[in-house]
Write a protein of this length. Sequence first.
Length: 161
Amino acid sequence: MNKTPSLSNNMVPSRFRVPKPKTSEMSANSCVTSIRLDSLKQADNPQIHLLPCEIEHNGPAEVFKFFNPTVKEHKHETTVSFRGRGLTGQELHCPQGYKGLVLKEVQKPASDQEDRVVKVSSVFHHFTYWNLETPPTSDDGVVMAMAWPQLAEAMHGPVDD
């Protein structure tokens, strides 16, 4: 089963709608996030890093100028220092048939009750997942998420006799 949509112009909708999950606090109006798939063709293929920190900024940043890690290979571990803290990383690949997308909001809605439209700014097939001082393990949520599609296929796929 191919999980990657075809990119031919006649088969890909210009928007893909992702409904937000309903909660008891939301009104009866369902908000929708639309992804502009036409932006997929212009998306770049950057080096992606998932850092174990929260950055209190929600806007453009020239990260490539300031986070250019010098990776040290030691005992089959990838290590780097970020703001004086040691990070240990692992390169993770998207599951077969999947792509990772970095989305950018086209226009910020006036309220959280309005629909949102995002465009694809980057596409990636692998990324570096960093942990603070300890190497990533198979118990980490991100590592488990990358293994889930294969596990789900084994559990829910057709059974051979």
